[in-house]
Design a protein around this ligand. Structure first.
Ligand code: SF4
Length: 466
């Protein structure tokens, strides 16, 4: 039995030369799906991560092709599904977008996996072997998350050199931020992986720097504290994602740092308290940002701050103040995203009801392109602000000031600042800006709800993908 597992590229995550191959975060999905293939099937498994590898040319025959996708990679996943079905494979689609848009996905595949794949994916493969595959495999999350050790040996050796390898800790989130797919995907529950599994996974990795993969690391502080205690003897360095209120608990922070924590990715999202309250991000208190970042710095932690542009209370003036506000609170590395109504979220339902979503071409749902009408500005104003704010944040004097004022890890902050500066300076999609200018004056494009007028879009489809 030959199995091919594919992670499709999208507009952000795609193969573009050396840096994009060695630096990005190494996704766990394919390696975990490979580990879930039942031993008794004696399958030969290949992985293609299109973010770091060129696509498969279709010369080899596969029995089963599994494709996992997010919303922005769904169109590419459907293209691949069509291609592999035409080449005689049994095609299975899974992933976050498939769980949210199962009817749509089912039209493109022989079978789909909705929800977690830990039990459904092996069952699907056994059914295929016995000649009785079903169309839909759906499962709920169990109370505890037991995930196999990923088959890391199948990952291409020359990719992801610079990225710390990830280790799964938990999935899901009990918070209800309206723009976030995670509560919808996991039914607002957070499930933890058993600590002995996490520790064994880390030991097998033999890496000194790792990424603890968690939606919100401190969602269950009792579990997290127990995990930190178990990490101390391993003497590793790690980073993860958390909410800013983690800075309120110094005893907890102390244990976290003693266990090897060096940095946290924090979703600040906005400097407008009204915006945060409206979208349900109630753990964020804007007036405490600066003090909280200072506390994290006192513990030697690097803070990667994430911010979103385009909430309903945002005005252009507020957005253009963001680079200065980011500097004021002392974040070490900043990242911006455009508010995006992902299918399945409360934000999607509301904007859809208000008639403000102007395209459902999912390939633009990459958090870098405006896909809805903002409340207080034109779509192109928001798009332009996104480019300008990235660039302003990574002007050389600002990069150097952040390095100078950093509490720790100055080399890493300098390297990240210079690398992101290159990215920010190249970040401008003229064709999309033209499209956004057009939609306000062209009712035909609005009516057809399509981006096919765009030269960029035409090029992509005319070029073909194989
Ligand atoms: S944005 Fe973060 S805190 Fe909010 S629901 Fe998503 S994972 Fe949870």
């Amino acid at each position: 039995m030959n199995i091919l597992l594919i992670l499709p590229y999208d507009r952000v995550y795609r193969y573009q030369g050396l840096i994009s191959r060695i630096a990005p975060y190494m996704p766990l999905t394919l390696m975990t799906l490979a580990a879930l293939v039942p031993e008794e099937l004696h399958a030969e498994i290949e992985l293609v991560d299109e973010g770091v590898q060129p696509p498969c040319n279709g010369q080899k025959r596969y029995d089963v092709v599994g494709i996992t996708c997010l919303t922005s990679s769904a169109p590419r996943a459907y293209e691949l599904a069509k291609f592999w079905r035409e080449h005689g494979a049994f095609v299975v689609l899974g992933g976050a977008h498939v769980s949210m848009m199962s009817e749509e996905a089912a039209r493109h595949a022989d079978a789909i996996v909705v929800g977690p794949g830990e039990t459904s994916w092996p069952q699907l493969l056994r059914d295929w072997r016995s000649g009785t595959p079903q169309k839909i495999y759906a499962a709920e999350y169990p109370e505890q998350l037991s995930s196999p050790f990923p088959k890391r040996n199948l990952q291409r050796k020359h990719a992801h050199f610079l990225a710390a390898p990830p280790v799964l800790v938990n999935r899901g989130c009990q918070n209800t931020c309206h723009y976030c797919s995670i509560p919808a995907l996991y039914n607002r529950i957070s499930v933890n992986r058993p600590i002995d599994e996490v520790i064994e996974d880390i030991k097998r990795l033999k890496a000194k720097n790792i990424l603890l993969f968690a939606s919100t690391l401190s969602a269950d502080k009792a579990y997290a504290s127990e995990l930190f205690e178990a990490l101390i003897p391993l003497r590793i360095k790690w980073s993860s994602a958390d909410t800013i209120d983690v800075a309120e608990d110094r005893a907890y922070l102390d244990l976290m740092v003693r266990s090897g924590c060096e940095g946290l990715l924090i979703g600040f999202e906005s400097f407008g308290q009204q915006s945060l309250n409206t979208v349900g991000k109630r753990c964020n208190q804007v007036q405490r940002y600066r003090e909280s970042v200072q506390t994290l710095h006192q513990y030697g932690l690097t803070v990667l701050g994430c911010f979103m542009l385009g909430f309903d209370h945002d005005t252009p003036d507020m957005l253009y103040q963001m680079p200065q506000l980011v500097d004021n609170i002392g974040v070490d590395v900043a990242r911006y995203a455009i508010v995006t109504p992902f299918p399945g979220t409360p934000l999607f339902r509301r904007l859809k009801q208000e008639g403000r979503i102007f395209t459902e071409d999912w390939s633009w749902y990459d958090s870098g392109h405006v896909v809805f009408r903002p409340q207080h500005m034109l779509p192109e104003t928001l798009q332009q602000a996104y480019y300008d704010i990235w660039r302003a944040t990574y002007r050389l004097p600002r990069v150097l000031t952040r390095v100078y004022t950093a509490a720790s890890h100055r080399g890493m902050i300098l390297a990240a600042g210079l690398g992101i500066r290159l990215y920010a300076n190249k970040l401008r999609d003229h064709a999309y800006l033209d499209f956004l200018r057009t939609i306000n004056s062209n009712p035909e494009i609005q009516r057809r709800n399509t981006l096919c007028e765009l030269p960029l879009f035409r090029q992509r489809t005319e070029r073909g993908t194989f």
